[in-house]
Design a protein around this ligand. Structure first.
Ligand code: FAD
Length: 500
């Protein structure tokens, strides 16, 4: 039986952070969207605790960052015990030069609230058990409490985590490997509070990442070299003994709120899209948790895919626009897999070359200002760029890079910030010159384009030079240059993405 045929443009499998962010993006653009989630309730586990700078920037572009900050514990610096090195996120040119600590369940709550307010239906306790595409329709088999039925929609997006059913039905291999050790995760109180809000302690006994997530609670993520692999349930006694070994003193952990032991994997889906079925987030890639990138990558995937899928559904772009999603996002997760793999190997090995390498790498990355900035820029996602965008246009070197929150002042109007202008999910055109409109055929009233005209009153570095900047709905630069060039090139630059 096919219920609700034609009721939705898109079905999303999975109400994790990726699925909920994507649902909000689609609904913002007026796409009818339904999320089905296997679990009856939202996760109460802290799981991913840290939102990086770029994630906070994109949440700010959609008006969610303030609510996150009300609940979060911002951590500007990460200390690594090797030579007492510090990584200072405050060096970033961003309003969010910090790691924003908030339990995953709360991030999901805020993303779900936004999606539901925009009209999304989230149904829990419903599992996607199979899917297949026929013509321009995807048929999705659903199961709830033993009842099985079929629904159809033009598009199905698998945000259903690392064991993704959608990925399996698409026939995409999840290639990679499982590391030879397990990680213990424990949310506990400590009898000996730490001086640092976020500390990575590495020693002969293993590695611990300790995160203060507020109100006296700490997340301890531990790799114990004496017990690299286990499937046993985690006990408080084990946490106590392991922390004693790693810190060299009794940390007196108590009141375990959540404990778990999990296997680290690094895998990437062979492809992200098959016709009208697409995957995002953990369904598309998983990697070592060192660096806390998982949830952050998922939110960025959703931000990249959302406006593109909306444009296709609304008939403003051809389906081939969706190829740019994998072309842009696959190399980013590939890079994260590579870097976190190297970091994990050198941080967890007890071999002499690795011990020497980790001291050297941490010293260079934390003490030399340039390498320090590169390290925090990449860790935070602020330096993420899409070379595929620039390659295709051959325009300014700024194309494909993240546009900072520029401030535009125009006579007679209060100053406007780019990220606030992006809240509608439209393209934004910044025009500092005067003369005829640069995109005369593109209506501003129907939300296709927001135009900011005036002088750029705040801009870091290279962003002071261009007279005209076209910003994509996900905050990346689509075109930048002089007004004279804009007259000739801008319509084609916009057409590359959407028809007006
Ligand atoms: C124990 C643990 C600790 C972690 N710690 C960190 C950390 O400190 N930092 C960090 O960045 N990342 C961490 N992660 C990873 C982070 O949680 C993930 O990267 C992030 O949740 C990915 O979001 P997602 O929405 O893509 O997938 P998920 O959060 O996995 O969400 C997928 C959703 O789909 C649902 N689902 C699955 N199958 C189906 C189906 N067939 N039908 C319907 N629904 C389905 C699931 O129930 C789930 O709600 C941790 C993960 C785990 C498991």
């Amino acid at each position: 039986m096919d219920q609700n045929a034609d009721a939705y443009d898109v079905i999303i499998a999975g109400a994790g952070p990726t699925g909920l962010m994507l649902a909000g993006e689609l609904a913002l653009a007026g796409v009818r969207c339904r999320v089905v989630e296997r679990r009856e309730h939202r996760t109460q586990e802290s799981r991913a605790l840290g939102l990086h700078g770029r994630t906070m920037e994109v949440l700010h572009m959609r008006g969610v960052a303030d609510e996150v900050l009300e609940r979060a514990n911002p951590v500007p610096r990460v200390r690594v015990s090797l030579g007492q090195s510090l990584f200072d996120m405050g060096k970033l040119v961003s309003d969010f030069g910090q790691l924003t600590i908030i339990p995953q369940g709360q991030t999901e709550e805020l993303l779900e609230k936004r999606a539901v307010n925009l009209g999304v239906t989230v149904e829990r306790g419903v599992t996607v058990t199979d899917c297949r595409q026929e013509g321009r329709t995807v048929h999705v088999t659903l199961e709830k409490e033993g009842r099985v039925w079929e629904e159809s929609a033009p598009w199905l997006i698998g945000c259903d985590g690392s064991r993704s059913q959608v990925r399996q039905s698409m026939g995409a291999e999840f290639t990679g490997a499982t590391y030879p050790y397990t990680i213990i995760v424990a949310d506990v109180r400590l009898g000996v509070p730490l001086d640092d809000q976020l500390l990575i302690r590495v020693g002969r006994a293993g590695l611990v990442v300790a995160t203060d997530f507020g109100n006296g609670w700490y997340r301890m993520g531990v790799i114990d070299r004496d017990k690299p692999w286990s499937d046993d349930p985690v006990t408080l006694g084990e946490v106590d003994a392991t922390l004693k070994k790693l810190f060299g003193r009794d940390m007196r952990p108590s009141e375990p709120l959540w404990t778990s032991r999990f296997h680290i994997q690094e895998r990437q889906a062979e492809f992200y899209r098959k016709g009208r079925m697409i995957i995002a987030g953990d369904a598309a890639h998983v990697h070592s948790p060192l660096g806390g990138q998982g949830l952050n990558l998922g939110i960025q995937d959703a931000m990249n895919l959302g406006w593109k899928l909306a444009a296709v559904v609304k008939g403003r772009a051809g389906e081939d626009l969706l190829d740019s999603y994998a072309a842009e996002r696959r190399p980013v997760s590939q890079g994260v897999i590579k870097v976190t793999d190297i970091a994990t190997r050198i941080m967890t090995s007890d071999q002499l070359p690795a011990r020497v390498a980790r001291k050297a790498v941490v010293a260079v990355a934390s003490r030399i200002p340039r390498t320090h900035l590169t390290a925090v820029g990449h860790l935070s996602g602020v330096f993420t760029r899409y070379p595929a965008m620039a390659a295709a246009t051959g325009a300014s070197a700024l194309v494909g890079t993240r546009v900072p929150d520029l401030r535009i002042a125009s006579p007679g109007r209060s100053a406007e910030n780019l990220y606030e202008a992006l809240r509608t999910g439209s393209f934004v055109l910044i025009d500092t010159g005067s003369g005829a409109p640069l995109l005369p055929g593109v209506p501003e009233s129907d939300g296709s384009l927001v135009r900011l005209a005036g002088r750029i009153s705040y801009a870091p570095g290279p962003w002071r030079t261009p007279e005209v900047i076209l910003v994509r709905p996900d905050g990346y630069c689509a075109w930048a240059g002089t007004r004279a060039r804009a007259v000739a090139e801008l319509p084609a630059a916009l057409l590359r993405w959407v028809r007006s």
